[in-house]
Design a protein. Structure first.
Length: 102
């Protein structure tokens, strides 16, 4: 049995990393993503992640974000077991105070 191994960071730490153009995966549903998301985030909802995770080329690590951090943590567990290098963003968009795109 594979053990999930991933790190977590705060939204403030993620904001500092934006200058390096990290791969940010927003795992909220499409209707949530359209309300407002981080400018460079790619929407891959958790509900279909098993079928869509290969759509993103693998510049890793992937920073995973959702509304509060719970779904992104589940996505991080799933993806890390599949061999992806992922980092969960604690607090999610509820804690994000940077620019967003609508």
């Amino acid at each position: 049995m594979l053990v999930a191994k991933f790190k977590s960071i705060t939204t403030d730490q993620l904001k500092e990393k934006l200058i390096n153009r990290p791969t940010i995966i927003d795992v909220r549903e499409d209707f949530e993503y359209r309300v407002g998301h981080i400018l460079s985030a790619i929407n891959l909802p958790l509900s279909g992640l098993a079928n869509t995770m290969t759509q993103v080329s693998k510049p890793q690590p992937w920073y995973l974000i959702c509304r509060s951090g719970a779904r992104s943590k589940r996505a991080a567990t799933f993806l890390s077991k599949a061999g992806y290098d992922v980092i969960n963003v604690k607090g999610g968009m509820n804690a994000w105070n940077g620019p967003i795109k609508r």
